[in-house]
Design a protein. Structure first.
Length: 497
């Protein structure tokens, strides 16, 4: 890289605004292999190699100054003095030093606060107490001018927003930077206009001066899904471009149906986990269906439940599930038997007026039993006389009770998705064996099959062991195949009849 003497840099940068230095090489002409060839000094004496200084200032600026002007001596050193005289514009010139001894420097100051536009000149004379080569002259030119009018630049030059309907928090406001490219600082105002959809666009602050910024905020509160247009207009009468418009595009997406975390549960025990073919599920979330709940009824001609209800569909991969109940926050469905044999499925909610939910991947099991319970503590069971089993109405040892559960998996004979179970023999029984334990003792199962005329509901007729200890809080659990037994629920048992 070229290395140019510091003296040359000082000479070239003679003014903080602009320096014009004739008769000196440009920086790009410096060659590290060749010395700079300044004019040879005729002999010992005073030398000021910079003989012209150009100062430029905007009207109204208090002042301007040059970079240091070196005073040099060759072969000898002596005291020196600097004197100056303006040739136009009055007493506007001053120097940082009027005298010195030996090597030194001074700056030229222009006191320009009250000067009018124009070109002004002055001459500086430096003299030294030497018999020869004892003086040098520096001519100074000062230009006072109007400021260069600014052009306004806005960044970014256009705006695009995306949001969800009725969800202001889904939209992030954007900042617009205002920059003045020039020497003026004009005042500006900014406003927002929408071309459709009503007054959904706003700006803040509404005014400023010179460089600054403002924030543009759209609101999707009252907007239906769609695309909306608007513009932001900045007016700066003192700029070279006094009016600037920023186009604004606002896309409103439909709100999305949302399945709650751990919101897919067995409809009997309300616990999440693997699911089984023909299991009854409860799906909890938001925007799952209509605000007012709808209970389904099977088609009287086909005996099947529909896979669409109230504008809602539940997909297991690409297979729609029969829907038993739907509302804004809950859907009850039957797992399609078609999922049998898969390791997992992706469950998606499609609800009219909303974007589909994100799919929730759920593992598939051969069976996933869950006993029905009214409170999560006591099992739902019918006593031998068809009364509900409660501490006030317990079953006797040796009685036959009815239990109800879901998650039994495939049956034989098979029952198609959404179809009601057989009302007459042969009843649909689970393919995998069922076991029931009461108070730690295996119980005899007299019947295990889908409750006649129902969907996804397994009925067990179970005989209470006669040798167990009677208790109003006897634990009962069920297992199907190799599944882990259900969490124990409480059954009320008494002695005798």
């Amino acid at each position: 890289m070229s290395r140019c003497p510091q003296l040359l840099l000082s000479l070239l940068l003679a003014s903080s605004a602009w320096a014009h230095c004739p008769n000196f090489p440009q920086l790009s002409e410096c060659d590290p292999g060749l010395p700079l060839n300044f004019p040879p000094a005729p002999g010992p004496g005073l030398y000021v190699f910079l003989n012209q200084v150009f100062l430029e200032v905007v009207n109204g600026t208090p002042g301007v100054q040059s970079l240091p002007i070196p005073v040099s001596f060759s072969g000898i050193s002596a005291p020196w003095r600097a004197e100056f005289q303006t040739t136009s514009g009055g007493d506007w010139l001053s120097l940082s030093a009027l005298q010195g001894t030996g090597e030194g420097s001074f700056r030229v100051y222009g006191n320009t606060a009250t000067m009018k536009n124009g070109t002004y000149t002055a001459k500086i004379t430096i003299t030294a107490a030497l018999p020869a080569n004892n003086s040098a002259t520096v001519n100074v030119t000062l230009l006072v001018r109007d400021p260069i009018p600014s052009a306004v630049r806005l960044t970014p030059p256009n705006l695009t927003f995306t949001g969800r309907e009725s969800t202001p928090s889904s939209v992030t406001p954007q900042r617009i930077t205002v920059r003045m490219e020039g020497e003026t600082t004009p005042n500006w105002t900014v406003s927002a206009t929408t071309l459709n959809g009503g007054p959904w666009l706003s700006v803040s602050p509404a005014a400023g001066k010179g460089d600054g910024e403002f924030v543009v905020t759209p609101s999707p509160a009252d907007l239906a899904p769609g695309v909306y247009s608007g513009r932001v207009t900045l007016l700066a009468p003192g700029a070279t471009n006094p009016a600037i418009q920023l186009p604004v595009l606002f896309s409103i997406d439909r709100q999305t149906s949302l399945i709650a975390p751990r919101g897919i549960v067995n409809a009997a025990n309300l616990l999440p986990g693997p699911i089984a073919p023909s299991e009854l599920l409860t799906i909890a979330g938001e925007r799952l269906g209509p605000r007012n709940g709808i209970a389904a009824r099977p088609n009287p001609d086909t005996g099947r439940f529909a896979t669409s209800l109230g504008g809602t569909r539940i997909l297991f991969d690409n297979t729609p599930a029969p829907i038993l109940y739907v509302s804004a926050n809950q859907v009850n469905v039957e797992v399609p038997v078609e999922v049998a044999g898969r390791k997992s499925v992706k469950i998606t909610v499609e609800s009219a007026g909303y974007a589909p939910s994100d799919p929730v991947e759920t593992p598939i099991a051969l069976a996933a039993p869950g006993l029905f319970s009214a409170d999560g503590v006591r099992v739902v069971a019918l006593n031998q006389d068809s009364s509900y089993n409660t501490p006030e109405t317990p079953a006797a040892k040796g009685d036959v009770i009815q239990l109800f559960l879901t998650g039994q998996g495939l049956t034989t004979p098979p029952v198609e998705t959404g179809a009601l179970s057989p009302m007459a023999p042969p009843f649909a029984a689970p393919v995998a064996p069922v076991t029931v334990t009461i108070a730690g003792q295996p119980a005899e199962i007299l019947f295990a099959g889908l409750a006649p005329g129902t969907i996804g509901l397994l009925q067990l007729n179970v005989k209470i062991p006669g040798e167990i200890f009677a208790s109003l809080q006897s634990p009962i659990s069920v297992a199907i195949g190799e599944t882990t037994p259900t969490a124990p629920l409480l059954l009320a048992i008494k002695d005798g009849q």
